[in-house]
Design a protein around this ligand. Structure first.
Ligand SMILES: [Zn+2]
Length: 206
């Protein structure tokens, strides 16, 4: 069962010397405690919610408001609170895990939707993005298919990164010269990991 809730965590504790306005001792031990609240899913912290703190006198146990402190004490408390202003990183654990899982999921979905299209089903109009043997990237377009034989036109542009490879797919970038490729050529490219992705022609998507 997944339980969502908020937990208060004591993250800092120290004793200051100061005047307690209640028992009126001049040198009481005043205990400062700083907390952070965080939301959790069962036992996993998701994200922090707020910071808060308290001060009490260890002699008479009275809680003391910040405004009741001497100026010296206020300065000390301010310095400590400033030092502890950032939430501990572990309070973000759940958010980081969710973000990471989501980005892996989106990346997998993207790769799958761009590559999981069997070469056997390539048809006229489809575009194949590939890596060349010397590490450049380009594409070719299927003009026609007869069984295992494809007539293709190659992109006249190459680039040295696979990012935004789709941008190369401009009709005017393709050569006029037709070349022949066989299904077995394509399978060899895929086995060597040279096929980066396939963009199905809109006509073939329906
Ligand atoms: Zn006191």
């Amino acid at each position: 069962m997944v339980i969502v809730g908020t937990t208060t965590h004591l993250r800092y504790q120290s004793t200051l010397q100061g005047k307690c306005p209640y028992c009126d001792l001049n040198n009481s031990n005043l205990e400062l405690q700083l907390y952070c609240d965080y939301t959790h899913l069962t036992l996993i912290p998701l994200f922090p919610v707020k910071r808060h703190g308290s001060i009490h006198c260890t002699a008479c146990n009275a809680p003391i408001a910040y405004e009741e402190l001497s100026q010296d004490c206020k300065t000390t408390v301010d310095a400590i609170a400033h030092q502890k202003r950032l939430f501990p990183i572990w309070t973000f654990t759940g958010s980081l895990v969710i973000l990471l899982s989501l980005s892996i999921f989106i990346k997998n979905w993207y790769v799958k939707s761009h590559t999981d299209y069997p070469l056997e089903q390539l048809q006229k109009g489809d575009v194949v993005f590939y890596e060349t043997e010397n590490g450049y990237y380009s594409s070719f377009k299927i003009l026609e298919r007869k069984g295992p034989t494809f007539k293709v036109v190659h992109n006249t542009y190459i680039q040295n990164t696979f990012f935004d490879l789709e941008d190369l797919n401009e009709p005017s970038n393709y050569s006029k010269q037709k070349e022949t490729l066989t299904l077995s050529d394509l399978n060899t490219m895929e086995t060597k990991g040279y096929i980066e992705g396939i963009e199905k022609s809109k006509l073939n998507s329906f």
